[in-house]
Ligand binder design. Structure first.
Ligand code: AMP
Ligand code: ZN
Length: 459
């Protein structure tokens, strides 16, 4: 039985879908004013693995990941660049799609953009005003009155008094309470604006996710997720808005990914210390990046260093060594390896433990091969590939894994290997050894086997 750690209750709870076998899964998406960084990759790869595992377990999942295509940071950056806000967002949406595809993230079923859901947001705000959860402030903004919502703090586990004293909320004489947050912001001249009953303006950040998730998944759905910085205030405010409108529990499970850090600081666009996904993919293959991201549990913080990338590559090399030279076969069924993998993943998607089950499986393949049990080795190999696929790894051809890398010149290597074979045929051992030495210096290991000569890059 799948258990998921729910931020709402701070406990692992057995997962029960609201509708049998159907899961509504909403993840807060990117604010598109710059290139996506490794921190985004951390959160969205974690969610990608969760999505793949739910589907592999038999659930029909509707996966929604929105795009925040209007907010203060977008407007500021567009002004700095002297471009229209939607030119800026279109460029970075395109870049995000390229980066996410390169990382092998499955496309969401729906990818709603905030600016396409303004009428739904206005509807929700009108309901909140009618039910006296929201008010028109003296500066023309519409604000949510936090103290009117009795469960405020249920997700972040703070009571209002604590939040009031701890929060860095700006002092404002227009809000009734400093914790109140903006639902609709009156536009300043020249800012992008939409018509509303409260004049031309734009939505506050939090309301967009209540509107998009409820429009696509219904007033109640199964899982709502994001990085852990979103617990407060974003998700806390989403709960307040949504439940104020519907009087129903909003999302059942709240899941939050731990932060990717760089030199102990969180990696973020606003801190300017970020490594973009495209930067990292110039140095490492997408699979190495994914391995690095899933080798720790999704809720733990994750530190990015050059060493750990090297270790990820070595770990994958161990798997691909086991998968090399196996013939095609159907996966073996009902093994302890698969059971251990499932048990780990059912325990709040424990990928590090699931990976250790896969390492056991890789060892078994080697043992079977050593015993000459080629067919059983092949069937275990097929299982390793299937379970690896649930984590989004091990789908590369093993030879291609060993023969690619930005430093590898495959053409030159093949020319040298052919020249070496020629030298051997001519019994020119000195020349054959010289070529082998040249290949060794290029960090290429050649393996002469029954099926001919193959090579791998070991840099
Ligand atoms: P943003 O583009 O800043 O709105 O963030 C989009 C998503 O990425 C949110 O769920 C954030 O929590 C997540 N995120 C941003 N930075 C990091 C990071 N350093 N580590 C993990 N997740 C992050
Ligand atoms: Zn959101």
């Amino acid at each position: 039985m799948l258990a998921i750690f729910n931020t709402l209750t701070r406990a692992k709870e057995n997962f029960q879908a609201l509708k049998a076998n159907q899961v509504g899964f909403y993840v807060c998406g990117v604010t598109v004013y710059d290139y996506c960084h490794l921190g985004h990759a951390r959160t969205y790869t974690s969610m990608d693995v969760i999505l793949r595992y739910l589907r592999w377990s038999g659930y029909q999942v509707r996966y929604v990941r929105n795009i925040t295509d209007i907010d203060d940071k977008i407007i500021k950056r567009a002004n700095e660049n002297g471009e229209n806000y939607n030119e800026l967002t279109s460029r970075f949406i395109k870049a995000m799609h390229e980066d996410f595809a390169a990382l092998g993230l499955l496309a969401p079923n729906d990818e709603p953009r905030a600016t396409d859901y303004i009428p739904q947001m206005i509807n929700l705000i009108q309901t909140m005003i009618a039910k006296q959860y929201a008010y028109l402030a003296s500066n023309g903004d519409v604000c949510f009155e936090v103290r009117s919502f009795k469960d405020y703090g249920c997700l972040s586990h703070h009571d209002i008094e604590q939040l009031e004293s701890g929060a860095r909320v700006e002092v404002s004489d227009v809000k009734r309470d400093p914790l109140d947050f903006v639902l609709w912001k009156l536009a300043k001249p020249g800012e992008p604006a939409w018509d509303s009953p409260w004049g031309k303006g734009r939505p506050g950040w939090h309301i967009e996710c209540s509107a998009m998730s409820m429009a696509l998944l219904g007033e109640q759905f199964d899982i709502h997720a994001g990085g852990r910085d979103l617990i407060f205030p974003h998700h806390e405010n989403e709960i307040a808005q949504s439940q104020a409108c519907t009087d129903k529990k909003f999302a059942n499970f709240w899941m939050h990914a731990g932060f990717l850090q760089i030199e102990k600081e969180k990696m973020s666009k606003s801190l300017g210390n970020f490594v973009t996904i495209r930067d990292i993919l110039r140095e490492h293959s997408p699979e190495v990046v994914r391995y690095f991201l899933i080798a720790n549990h999704y809720r733990s913080p994750l530190m990015y260093t050059a060493d750990v990338m090297q270790q990820s590559k070595q770990a994958l090399a161990r798997f691909y060594t086991a998968l090399r030279f196996l013939s095609a076969a159907d996966p073996i069924e009902n093994t302890d390896f698969e059971m251990q993998f499932k048990t780990a993943m059912d325990d709040d998607f424990n990928t590090p433990v699931a990976l250790s089950a896969l390492f056991e499986l890789a060892h078994e393949i080697q043992r079977l091969r050593d015993k000459g049990e080629e067919e059983r080795a092949a069937r275990h190999g097929a299982l390793l590939k299937e379970l690896g696929g649930v984590l989004g790894i091990l789908q590369t051809d093993p030879n291609a894994f060993f023969q690619t890398g930005h430093e590898v010149n495959a053409e030159k290597i093949n020319v040298l290997i052919t020249a070496r074979q020629q030298a051997r045929q001519e019994r020119n051992w000195a020349e054959a050894d010289r070529i082998r030495q040249e290949l060794t210096e290029m960090k290429v290991v050649i393996e002469d086997g029954a099926a001919g000569t193959t090579w791998k890059y070991v840099g």
